[in-house]
Design a protein around this ligand. Structure first.
Ligand code: ATP
Length: 248
């Protein structure tokens, strides 16, 4: 079967910090509608990779094409526009504690929608995003009044409000109890099914990885060392792949 179109293409990416060569000719493709998990030991460069994709970090060399655009060629405005299509869910959630849930969700709209658009549609967009994460009733609450799992859902709603084509998840279940973590993984799958979003997921949570990952890329020694479905990687006999799973 012919593969679907790649919506992120990373080719031969290199990034060093001094003598620390984090990414070494790293390449990957993210295809439409898929959840791709990046697996790698702590410090292997997963966050650096994701930050290069949204240009929070400049790589030393290599190509990154996102939704058919070479991101190194984009100016600030073009990059801002692209960021509306690429949602980022921070590990910390990055909610504003002094703002209500509604105000938190309005925040990306202030940046990406005109005043007229906001006056006409923002309230409905906020409600829809909250419904998508099952938290319509929290619209007037403050983040401090919510549990950790609820805050993660609100952060996800804020990412969803711009209807991104791609979501980058940075350790979406870290710090949550196993039941809440499972609910977040289920939510990630339901978002994928409803909006056909593609996602790159960084996670150390094996349940989350098994539940959400359609494909796994193993980042070892700065490279895309192996990529496959999770069950197949577990059977992989390569010593470095084995070493990773045995070290868990
Ligand atoms: N801004 C920076 N300046 C210098 N070194 C950095 C910087 N950002 C990351 N690094 C280094 O790059 C390496 C990879 O870090 P990164 O945060 O990507 O790891 P990770 O795979 O995401 O780890 P974890 O699973 O623990 O989050 C580490 O050695 C880190 O110290």
């Amino acid at each position: 079967m012919e593969r679907e179109k790649a919506i992120i293409e990373v080719k031969n990416l290199n990034k060093s910090f001094g003598e620390n060569h984090v990414l070494r000719d790293f390449s990957l493709s993210l295809f439409e509608g898929e959840n791709l998990v990046i697996l790698g030991k702590s410090g292997s460069g997963k966050s650096v990779l994701i930050k290069c994709i949204i240009r929070l970090i400049e790589p030393d060399s290599g190509d990154i094409v996102v939704l058919d655009q070479d991101i190194s060629a984009l100016d600030q405005d073009e990059m801002d526009q692209l960021r509306a299509d690429v949602g980022f869910l921070f590990q910390s959630n990055a909610l504003y504690d002094s703002m209500t849930v509604r105000q938190n969700l309005m925040f990306p709209l202030r940046r990406h929608w005109s005043k007229e658009e906001r006056e006409a549609n923002a309230e409905n967009a906020v409600k829809e995003a909250l419904e998508d994460v099952g938290l319509g009733h929290t619209i007037d609450m403050m983040p401090a009044e919510l549990s950790g799992g609820m805050r993660k859902r609100i952060a996800l709603a804020r990412t969803l409000i711009l209807k991104p084509k791609i979501i980058l998840y940075d350790e979406p279940t870290t710090g949550l109890d196993p039941i809440t973590a499972r609910e977040i993984s289920e939510l990630m799958n339901s978002i994928q099914a409803k909006y056909n979003t593609a996602a790159i997921i960084i996670s150390h949570d094996m349940n989350c990885i098994k539940m959400t990952g359609n494909r796994i890329v193993m980042l070892i020694e700065g490279k895309n060392y192996a990529e496959d479905q999770f069950e197949n990687l577990l059977k992989n006999t390569d010593p470095k792949v084995r070493d990773f799973f045995e070290g868990l």
